[in-house]
Structures are given as C-alpha cells and as structure tokens.
Design a protein around this ligand. Structure first.
Ligand SMILES: Cc1ncc(COP(=O)(O)O)c(C=O)c1O
Length: 477
C-alpha cells in the first residue's frame, strides 16, 4: 500500500479553503437531518438556480445527434435551438465523443474572439483563444507555463480565491501577497504593490506574474479603469505577466459601475510588451453551469515560442471536455433579438441577475446593521467578505506571540467562529483566513446565492448568533 508520508509534499502543503473541515461537518449535520444553507461556494445550481433553457436544449440535441432530424422534433424544441444544434454538428462532424483540437473547436475559438471584439471594441484572434475545463484549468495552464524554478513568485491579492495559493503551493512556486485596500472598497494600491514586490525581491524571490481578480472573489470589488491602468503600468515596469481572472464579468450590481476588461485597457494603452492571460467561465454570471466545466483563456503579447509551449501543454491533456466547449459557445453566442428563443433567454437571464442584485443588497444591508460587523457596499461577483470583531480571549497576549503563533491563533479563532455559526444556525461560510486577511482582523466569506426565501432569515440568524457568541467570549473567565 502507498504510504502517506511518501506522497507529494507540495500537494500536502496546498490547501483549498472553500471545501474542508467546515463543509465536511455541514455534510455530516445534513445526514443527521439538519437543514444546511450552503453559503461556502459560488455554485449557483446547487442552491436551486435553474439552468437556462436554451443552452441545455442545444446541448441535449448535439449530445444525441439523431435528434435534430427526427420527424416532429420541432414540437419539443424551438426552431433556433434545432438550427443551432445542426450548425454545431456541421462544424464538429465527429460529434462530442471525439477529442477536439487541444485548444478547443476552431469555430468556438472564433466565436470567443468575436465576443471579445463585440464586448470591448478591440481586435481579438481565434488563435489566441484556448478553451478550458472551467477557468481553473486555464489559470493552472498559465501558472505551469510561467513557473520555471522554485524562486519564481506570483503576486496574488489578499484576500484571494484559494485556487491561486493552492496552485502556487502545488507547483512549488512562491506566493507573494499584496493586500487589497479594504478602506477603499478593496481596490489595488500602487504603494502596496511596490512594497510587496520589493519585500519579495529582498527575500530572493523572482516575481514573474501578478494575479488580479475582477470583479473580486471574495471581495466583490469592481476595479476602475484607473486601477487597471495602474496594474498594467506596474506589470510593464517590473516585467510581470498579468493573469486577469474575469469570471464574474456579468455579475455587476452597483449603479454606475461597469466591468472593464484588462484586454481592452491593454489594447488601448498600446502596450505590446506585457503578456496578458485573461480567463472567463460558464460557471458564474447568470449561466451558473459550474458542473459543465467550460471556459476560455485569451492570451495577448505572447512570443511565438511561449505560444508553442502553451499549445504543447494543452495537448498533453488532449483537450477540454466537449460539452463544456458547447456551453462556452452558447455563452459567447447567445440567442439574438428576433430569434424564437430570445424572449425566454432574456427573461431567464434578467431574472437571475435581478435576483442576485436584490439578494446582494439584502445581505450587505443586513450585515452592515449588525453591531461589530461590516460588509461595505455590494458591487459585483457572488460574495460578501464580512469583517467582524472578536473580543480578546482572557489570558492571551498577542504581543508576546511570534508572527507564526499569532497567525495560527487567529486562524483558529476565525475557524471556531465559523464552525460555531454552522453548529448553531446551519449556515455554512468560509473563514477569512482561507482567503487571507490582514493580521488582527477577522472575516468570513458568504455567498448571496441561497434562494430569496432563505436570505432574510440568514441575516437574522447571523445577527442572533454573533450577539450570543461575542457575549460568550466576553464572559469567559
Ligand atoms: C475568482 C475565481 N476564479 C476561478 C474560479 C473557478 O471557476 P471555474 O468553475 O470556471 O473553474 C472561481 C470559482 O469560484 C472563482 O471564484
């Protein structure tokens, strides 16, 4: 039998906070009959969001390729879904059961490039599009390409989405933290980037790339054009590649705010030196098709030799799954106005986005009214990163602890709070320590994905729990 002590130590070191002890306990409580509200992960369809009709109609038709030509099929499917399925089958005559090109089906890569051009008003090339199993695999491909030795570092936001810290640990690279500015709605701060870069170099780290998540997870922040320009300028000055994680680009709720892509700003600044990897996914937005594992990576300013290596890397994994590619195709090429499926598509899309906005306002508004808790204002994505106060534990003196002891101590307290919240209320959230937080602060991340009928009760339960828990700590001898 294999021995645990001989297993990949880099894998053992990696941690992925959005699943783990709290979620395991939640699942156990659920088997014991407790109602659990899963707010730990941005997985909309696990929280009763219905799949959109058109993508599933088309997918079902292409999965069973005889179906579009069956007599009477138009009684069950709208004409444009049948037409679209026929078009797909024509473009991929081998069907969904065959491996595709390693970067994905050519007509879908072309559709993605056209989508980028429509979205941003900039040129885009199908050659630079790689279809991936969700954005995660695109991110990991970029990080594989860029990690050359163990001193290579990735600058990542804190708080961050743990795909980044986990992948860095897995690949044996170095994590270089830069803190997002909580006081300034979690924007990036140039001084902080410089400080973080300089500190890394001082430790002998060679930063190779900077990761930016926009709209943010877990923060929900939407970056301004100025902020994006600043990051690109900083990357150029320091010869860093940029990884722009834009999976929440459809999830923008704040009035007057809009998503601006890194590709657009890069193009407009005329920068032809900075290599940019941008990621998008079918998992978020209004599709919420997490399980279909679809997404794409677009590369810009990529030298030919690096492009060839990236293509080789993708070919080692053969190709991304074909159903995910089809959903990606429909994401970038949805029904158009005037087509039979458009009214239903628009209604489903708008209802999901309006509900998310309402739920975000409900959650943030409610949390901000709780004494000792703060969530800021809802901007985008699917989360609130809630800051909360915890009274000191008697007999503990933080100033006497080493940095490591203090981190472990605070991380344990953060975990205890979230575990107690689960036990008491059935609400499953993720401790802030899993995403990173400024030492001495406590957060948890919650989604606003649960159904509307659970949302109102959710805030009330958090409020009652928080009062009881902090009272308990204050009275502890
Ligand atoms: C910021 C961010 N990037 C990437 C992902 C991964 O998404 P996918 O399902 O496309 O792999 C997530 C998932 O929650 C995310 O929040």
């Amino acid at each position: 039998m294999i021995k645990p002590e001989n297993l990949n130590s880099k894998l053992k070191k990696a941690s992925y906070a959005v699943r783990g002890a709290i979620v395991d306990r939640a699942a156990q409580l659920e088997t014991e009959g407790r109602k659990i509200v899963y707010c730990n992960i941005g997985n909309p369809q696990a929280l009763k969001q219905k799949p959109l009709t058109f993508p599933r109609q088309v997918l079902s038709l292409v999965e069973y390729p005889e179906l579009p030509d069956r007599p009477g099929i138009e009684k069950f499917y709208p004409a444009d879904a049948i037409e679209r399925a026929r078009h797909i089958l024509k473009c991929c005559p081998n069907g969904l059961g065959a491996y595709t090109h390693s970067a994905g089906m050519p007509f879908i890569r072309k559709a993605v490039a056209e989508f980028i051009t429509r979205r941003d008003g900039i040129p885009a090339s199908a050659e630079n599009i790689f279809l991936t199993d969700g954005a995660s695999k695109g991110v990991q491909a970029a990080m594989t390409l860029l990690t050359n030795n163990e001193n290579d570092g990735f600058m990542i936001p804190i708080p961050q989405y743990p795909l980044y810290s986990a992948t860095i640990a897995l690949y044996g690279a170095k994590q270089v933290n830069y803190y997002l500015d909580e006081q300034n709605s979690w924007q990036l701060n140039e001084e902080e980037l410089k400080k973080s870069y300089a500190a890394a170099v001082k430790k002998g780290i060679n930063p190779v790339a900077i990761v930016v998540i926009n709209p943010g997870n877990p923060t929900g922040a939407i970056l301004s054009e100025e902020n994006i320009k600043m990051v690109l300028r900083f990357a150029r000055e320091h010869k860093l590649a940029v990884l722009a994680d834009e999976v929440y680009q459809e999830n923008v709720y704040a009035p007057g705010m809009k998503f601006i892509s890194f590709a657009k700003v890069l193009h407009e600044t005329g920068d032809i030196d900075t290599t940019l990897f941008s990621f998008h996914s079918v998992s978020k937005g209004f599709l919420g098709e997490c399980g279909q594992r679809g997404g794409y990576m677009e590369v810009r300013n990529m030298p030919k030799e690096a492009y060839a290596e990236l293509m080789k890397l993708q070919s080692i994994g053969l190709c991304s799954n074909s159903a995910g590619q089809i959903i990606t195709y429909i994401m970038v090429e949805p029904p158009k106005e005037g087509e039979p499926s458009y009214p239903l598509y628009r209604q489903e899309r708008d209802t999901i986005l309006q509900n998310l906005k309402k739920k975000a306002e409900m959650l943030y508004g409610g949390i901000n009214e709780i004494e000792g808790m703060k969530a800021g204002t809802p901007q985008g994505a699917m989360y609130a990163f809630v800051r909360f106060d915890l009274p000191e534990e008697p007999g503990r003196n933080i100033s006497e602890m080493s940095e490591e002891e203090r981190l472990a101590y605070e991380s344990r307290r953060n975990m205890d709070y979230c575990m107690a919240l689960l036990e008491e209320t059935g609400i499953c959230v993720v401790p802030g320590a899993g995403f990173g937080q400024i030492p001495g602060t406590f957060h948890f991340r919650t989604t606003f994905l649960p159904p509307m009928e659970d949302m109102a009760g959710l805030v009330e339960k958090i409020k009652a729990f928080n009062r009881k828990y902090t009272e308990m700590l204050k009275n502890r001898k």
